[in-house]
Design a protein around this ligand. Structure first.
Ligand code: FES
Length: 367
């Protein structure tokens, strides 16, 4: 009887083993091939090849400072208006030079690092098993040892020229960054703000002109319900960056509404001509140009985030994220009947900035 029982136990044990093998197979359906046989590279067995690869990497890193200095030279020496023609390519010389020098410098850093990793660092496979998040004392010691071993294997201690050339390359590569800080413009002091962001080229007597044709606009040309995109006449004398900068601040819209259907505060009675009013075209939220106009409601809608301004009520915000009314430009007509500015805007146009003084903005309840 006992023999039968022991035979039975042995049979069950065999079944259990088979079950556990099957479970293991299900967990790892693909056989682990293990590490590939390590084949030494030429640089592992031939000291000359190792030296050659070291020289290649060091040369690539050494060229980086030359290109970084080239970037700075191009930045200051090549005029913004110079162009180069090369086959079908017609490119701005400065942009091309800056792109080539900085691009090549970054490329050489990348190529040098790849070559260093492929040819000079040890290439045996290492397995790092993961455990709990906090490391034990032994693990920390192990990691420090591995770090030391990694530094030794990188050959940075054996070939100091590699480390030095990389540090030199990265250090001098900071020069272009310092150079382009010049393009951030002057510090925004009160005086600088007053001469730039807080003012436009609108002045007393400047004619309002169509934004495409620069044709001056007569008050009698405008119909009730009409909206016209316009600019100051002196905009046509500007070009390049100055033109774009002033356009971004001075662009306007002119609307004509029935004076009996709109609210004109006492302080702004002489800012309009028979229901013709002029507002900044630049949204006070984050500066999108606006001209989506609803004739019936006198609402002007910004397409960017749907701020809505009531042009029949001093440009006050009736909906959306804008926090301030659209600045209004005081206008009148000249001797020939053309619309002209009575003055510049009394507040800065466009979106807010930290130092902006909001005390002159038109608010609900003002008159
Ligand atoms: S820019 Fe006009 S609503 Fe945001």
């Amino acid at each position: 009887m006992s023999t039968d029982i022991s035979r039975q136990d042995g049979h069950d044990g065999q079944n259990a083993l088979e079950r556990s093998d099957a479970a293991e197979d299900a967990r790892y359906p693909v056989v682990d091939p293990g590490h590939e046989e390590h084949l030494p590279r030429l640089t592992d067995v031939d000291e000359k090849a190792f030296d050659r690869a070291t020289r290649q990497v060091a040369t690539m890193f050494a060229l980086v400072p030359v290109l970084a200095i080239g970037f700075v030279v191009v930045y200051f020496a090549v005029p913004r208006t110079a162009y180069v023609d090369f086959g079908p390519l017609h490119a701005n010389a400065k942009n091309l030079g800056l792109g080539l020098t900085l691009g090549m410098a970054l490329l050489l850093i990348g190529l040098g690092a790849v070559q260093w990793g492929r040819q000079l660092m040890d290439d045996h496979e290492a397995v790092d098993y993961r455990h709990g998040a906090s490391s034990s004392e032994e693990d920390r010691e192990y990691v420090l040892k591995e770090l030391d071993a990694g530094i030794a294997e990188s050959k940075i201690t054996r070939r100091k020229v590699l480390g030095r050339s990389l540090i030199g390359a990265l250090g001098v590569l900071g020069l272009p960054l310092i150079a382009v800080f010049a393009d951030l413009g002057p510090a925004p002091t009160k005086k600088v703000r007053a001469a730039t962001i807080e003012t436009t080229i609108w002045k007393e007597g400047i004619r309002l002109v169509h934004d495409i044709t620069y044709e001056p606009i007569k008050a009698t040309e405008l119909q009730i319900g009409q909206l016209v995109n316009a600019e100051p006449e002196n905009m046509k004398d500007l070009e390049g960056t100055e033109l774009l900068t002033e356009k971004a601040k001075a662009a306007i819209i002119i609307v004509r509404m029935d004076p009996n259907t709109i609210k004109i505060p006492a302080s702004r009675q002489d800012w309009q001509v028979g229901g013709i009013l002029c507002y900044s075209k630049i949204c006070t939220h984050v500066g999108c140009p606006i001209s989506l106009w609803e004739q019936q409601t006198h609402h002007l809608l910004c397409p960017c985030h749907q701020s809505t301004f009531d042009l029949g009520d001093s440009g006050l915000v009736v909906f959306g994220p804008a926090a301030r009314a659209l600045p209004q430009l005081p206008i009148t007509t000249d001797a020939e009947g053309y619309l002209v500015a009575r003055s510049g805007f009394n507040v800065p146009t466009g979106p807010s900035f930290f130092e902006r003084d909001s005390s002159h903005d038109f608010k609900r309840g003002d008159n």
